[in-house]
Design a protein. Structure first.
Length: 414
């Protein structure tokens, strides 16, 4: 009897413990739901009010003579808030950089490095390199004077004062096309230098390298030329920059060179050598397929959005933003790189004095006849939204920007 009594008491205690634990869980869940209800009640009948306001903005006379597409997604509630012409193909301009960034982070990872290498062939005998030196470009848009000086210093540290061979620029990482498909040939201000070996956006790395070596007392017998480093070339030094160092100017300042460098890095990651636009676009298309869409419905021509042959939809841009949000290894790099309304980058002077200021984090896009905006914002009820606003057929980009700013202010206001 005593043994049965002990078992009964143990069973009773265990039952009470489990009951209490379950009650605690239910209490916590109820508290969370109540907290959420309090937040949502800040704006009554949201999102119906937001939808009505956005529909009102569609009455703008601008849309009588131009095309607009909008898609807004509530990431917190996991639901579509608003859509208008969301599947209409349009030119994205520089919001294409957002698609490039998301794809690159997904394919290459946030720890990816953009590298430029120094290597040699031949043999080192006393203070003489009886062979060639190779500068191997990896399309690092931030390769600078400091990096080149580091290469020169490494040669000095090795004690080399004579090079009997040549200085060779290896640009084989990408194809030799100097412009992207569909770029305006006369747009010198926007078209970047499409060379995988450049310094300060100029194609004179090997010439400067030679001059700096001579200035440091190194005698060079051979000439400078372009070529490809053989597989047995021995690496001397590597200079690199991180994904975040490339992302920041690419997104904040909409730098076309940085976007194309990232685009061709993706192409090279497929094993294509030289990398080309087709191999890079193939990586983007794979992600489009992963998102459940058909690649034949879109046109991906470059990584910067300069091409007039790019065609995407607000729905596609929204899905890329949503995918980034759902994958922290992408979002944690992408979100900080985006311009902030009223504060920095290409949005510094926009939306000032509105609820969108300091709230909207988004990529801008502008080419002739096109103005677009795609990114994130927080609504008055605390929900995080992602959105794409595309304006095509504009006589002035400012008209599109003003429309986008009103949409953003509406999404953020109480």
């Amino acid at each position: 009897m005593k043994r049965h009594s002990i078992f009964f008491l143990l069973f009773l205690c265990l039952s009470l413990t489990l009951t209490t634990s379950a009650q605690d869980i239910r209490d916590n869940e109820l508290s969370a739901r109540q907290d959420s209800a309090v937040v949502d009640s800040i704006v009554p009948e949201w999102p119906q009010n937001l939808q009505a306001k956005l529909n009102k903005l569609l009455e703008d006379k601008l849309l009588e003579v131009s095309l607009a597409g909008i898609m807004v997604y509530d990431l917190t509630a996991d639901s579509i808030i608003f859509s208008h012409n969301e599947r209409q193909l349009m030119r994205p301009a520089s919001t294409m950089k957002m698609i490039t960034a998301v794809t690159a982070l997904d394919r290459l990872g946030g720890s990816h490095l953009f590298k430029t290498k120094l290597a040699y062939t031949g043999k080192l005998d006393n203070r003489t390199l009886d062979g060639n030196l190779y500068l191997i470009g990896g399309f690092d848009p931030q390769f600078s004077n400091e990096d080149l000086s580091a290469f020169v210093q490494r040669i000095k540290e090795m004690g080399i004062d004579t090079i009997t061979g040549k200085l060779i620029a290896d640009k084989s990482m990408k194809d030799d096309k100097t412009m992207g498909e569909g770029w305006c040939w006369d747009d010198d201000d926007s078209n970047p230098l499409m060379s995988p070996l450049q310094i300060n956006k100029k194609d004179d790395v090997i010439g400067r390298f030679r001059r700096e070596l001579i200035r440091e007392g190194v005698h060079i017998v051979g000439f400078t030329e372009e070529g490809r480093a053989p597989r047995n070339a021995q690496e001397i030094c590597v200079r690199s920059h991180t994904m975040d160092q490339i992302l920041l100017p690419m997104m904040k300042n909409s730098d076309n060179l940085y976007a194309e460098a990232m685009f061709y890095q993706m192409g090279a990651a497929t094993g294509a050598h030289p990398a080309n636009a087709k191999s890079a676009a193939g990586v983007v298309k794979k992600l489009i397929t992963k998102l459940g869409l058909k690649t034949d419905d879109y046109r991906i021509a470059d990584g910067s959005g300069l091409s007039l042959y790019n065609y995407v939809t607000p729905e596609l841009e929204m899905k890329f933003l949503k995918y980034a949000y759902e994958n922290r290894h992408i979002y944690d790099h992408l979100y900080p790189s985006m311009p902030i309304a009223g504060e920095d980058g290409t949005l510094k002077k926009r939306m000032q004095g509105t609820p969108a200021a300091g709230n909207v984090h988004a990529k801008t896009g502008t080419v002739t006849g096109v103005s677009c905006l795609a990114g994130y914002c927080t609504a008055a009820n605390g929900h995080l939204l992602c959105f794409s606003i595309m304006n095509n057929g504009l006589t002035a980009a400012s008209k599109g920007r003003n429309f986008q700013d009103r949409v953003c202010a509406t999404m953020c206001e109480p």
